[in-house]
Design a protein around this ligand. Sequence first.
Ligand code: CA
Length: 221
Amino acid sequence: MRILLIEDEPEMASVLKTALERQDFIVDRTATLADAEIMAKVGTHDAIVLDRRLPDGEGLDLIPRLRAMNVDTPVIALAGINDRVVGLNAGADDYMVKPFATEELVARLRALHRRQFTLRADRIEVGRLIYDFRDREALVDDKALDLPRRERLVLETLIRRPGRAVMRRTLEEAVYSLDDEIGSNALDAHISRLRRKLEEAAAGIEIRAIRNIGYLLRTLP
Ligand code: CA
């Protein structure tokens, strides 16, 4: 899950970014409304965490501007206790009062994400592999594969679209934040480790490279 974090206080921003990354979120961070608008317009975030008091204005003003551009990414606004009603009226999907526990923010982000995908199954089965999106586990014969963060994010992205090619850029967006230095072969290295593990576990699926496009996950013929 990729988050756009708009928070100008450096300490708060870095605490949140670290806490979210520890929970496997990919976090792009900015401190101003102007930058946030540019980044949100690209539209690849699953949720926006929006501080209200920003150096170049009121955070909530961003919401109508995004909606006008057809960016419907859900927003969790952050601010003082008296601002709550204003926040929900301004179109925020959820509201958190500072100070809050980061665990609470994580829980709300996951809830927002689930709401967006209510029609999606919590578990997807391809070949002999079951991916459980609640526990975030890949299982073959009830045995969990040992997947580090980026390999798991690659698998989650591919298994949502079995049998369909997924663009390289989509995979990179699911796995890296804008701050990450991405070597040109980094994604391929994650894929090849993931492939090896799928093969060792006899998962009955393969990940095929599609030249000039990306990758495709499917059951072995
Ligand atoms: Ca602030």
